[in-house]
Design a binder for this molecule. Structure first.
Ligand SMILES: [Zn+2]
Ligand SMILES: [Zn+2]
Length: 353
């Protein structure tokens, strides 16, 4: 398997609320060592129309830029990919089922963006949660959002100063309510996760300090979604684009905070005597089975079945566990950084029958 690291959900000058031109964003992505990036401007696919969707190269590095759309009325923001044409709805439109159905009818697919976004009332940032949990037909949801996580700590002057001084140090990881919801959804049907950064690189003035939140050079090194592909990129857009989008749709991927410890080499699989299944897949057991995880460095590992922790290992880089019951199995890993356990890797589930 080839592990490609990507960044999902950010805005360029093609969005009404962002200013950084696409070519500059691509340079940041190359510098940060991203393999792919999914641009999602509000209500348009202009970057695709203007020819930015392709492999970019500089300094011996390559970055595949793909263009999706963030459909963003007042609530229920939706990240849509593989669209034939952009969807535009009014800011007050709350018919998220129509949005999902229209995306699917185009041959596209999508993820719920920042589902439990809470804003930061202390500094005047509004909340943009997903509120329509009756909706069906989405591919999955974002479980971890750089911007949402970071702003959730802005609850006091002290919180603001801490967040500005040490942006990644204040990240808490996916919200428990988001993981709970994901575990419930995944027990009902195939529902997979991505990570997102929701970056605008806007300049903001907070208590007299003007700062860019966040420069792309930095944001691209934080929360990533890694896809596992059976083949290396071939250099032709149609093939490489389909490979990345397919892996995201199927959940052959995991979410991680790459800043301190690169997670490349992470694997989570379920197997029995005759078959081996990776994340996003289903294992129909034909005999004794087990789940197996490998990490590139020791971490604190939690194995979760149907939303409950069934095994916790400290400072291990390997986990193996017999599977005696059917269920939805996934893995969370924390990393030890500067004397504290911090969120690191969140696998997509494996469904075991
Ligand atoms: Zn949004
Ligand atoms: Zn956004």
């Amino acid at each position: 398997m080839f592990d490609y690291a990507g960044s999902i959900h950010f805005h360029s000058a093609y969005s009404y609320d962002a200013q950084v031109p696409v070519d500059q964003i691509i340079q940041s992505g190359l510098k940060a060592g991203l393999d792919f990036a999914l641009l999602t401007d509000h209500f348009n696919l202009d970057a695709q129309k203007d020819g930015w969707e392709r492999m970019h190269q500089a300094g011996g590095r390559k970055l595949l830029l793909l263009v999706g759309e963030e459909i963003s009325p007042r609530y229920n923001h939706y990240l849509a990919f593989n669209l034939a044409s952009p969807l535009v709805v009014s800011k007050t439109d709350l018919h998220s089922q129509d949005v999902i159905d229209t995306v699917n009818a185009q041959g596209g697919f999508g993820f719920i963006a920042h589902p439990d976004h809470a804003g930061a009332p202390f500094v005047g940032i509004r909340a943009y949660p997903w509120v329509d949990w009756e909706a069906r037909g989405f591919t999955g949801l974002s479980i971890w959002d750089l911007m949402g996580d970071w702003t959730s700590g802005l609850t006091s002057l002290w919180g603001v100063l801490r967040a500005l001084a040490c942006p990644a140090g204040v990240l808490r990881g996916p919200r428990p309510e988001t993981l709970r919801r994901w575990d419930e959804l995944a027990q009902r049907s195939h529902c997979v996760a991505i990570g997102e950064i929701d970056n605008h690189a806007t300049r903001k003035r907070l208590f007299g300090v003007t700062k860019t939140l966040f420069p792309f050079d930095y944001a691209f090194r934080t929360i990533r979604t890694h896809v596992l592909l059976p083949h290396a990129f071939r250099g032709d857009l149609a093939n490489d684009r389909a490979a990345v989008l397919n892996a995201l749709r199927l959940g052959q991927s995991y979410v991680s905070l790459d800043l301190w410890n690169p997670p490349r080499g992470f694997q989570f699989e379920a197997l029995d005597g005759s078959q081996r299944v990776t994340m996003g897949g289903r294992l129909a057991r034909k005999g004794p089975a087990l789940v197996e995880a490998k990490l590139p460095a020791p971490g604190r590992i939690r194995l979760i079945r149907n939303g409950r922790v069934i095994r916790e290992e400290y400072s291990h880089s390997h986990l193996e566990r017999d599977v005696e019951l059917p269920g939805v199995y996934r893995l969370e890993v924390d990393q030890r950084v500067r004397g504290r356990w911090r969120p690191w890797i969140f696998s997509n589930p494996i469904w075991v029958d």
